[in-house]
Design a protein around this ligand. Structure first.
Ligand SMILES: [Zn+2]
Length: 85
């Protein structure tokens, strides 16, 4: 499901949100995505939530951090539910 139909920048930003917060994107992509995530009123709350999630998980136990693929699935489920409200 596309989070924001008709908003390709938002769709793209949401697809790579976790790669962005994990600093796994190339610097060029990270700059473009970061600029969108920091300024877009729809995407910025997701960025804030992702960072808070990582901080909370990191504070629990750095060694049991979930793999990126699991975080992506959890976050997408959460995002989809928020959009259904
Ligand atoms: Zn956006």
């Amino acid at each position: 499901m596309r989070p924001y139909p008709g908003r390709p920048d938002c769709d793209r930003a949401m697809r790579v949100l976790w790669e962005y917060v994990d600093e796994a994107l190339t610097s060029t992509t990270a700059r473009a995505i970061g600029s969108h995530l920091e300024t877009c009123e729809r995407c910025n709350p997701h960025l804030t939530g992702a960072r808070a999630f990582l901080r909370a998980v990191g504070a629990c136990d750095r060694w049991s951090r979930a793999p990126a693929s699991l975080r992506v699935r959890v976050f997408r489920m959460r995002s989809t539910r928020e959009m259904d409200r």
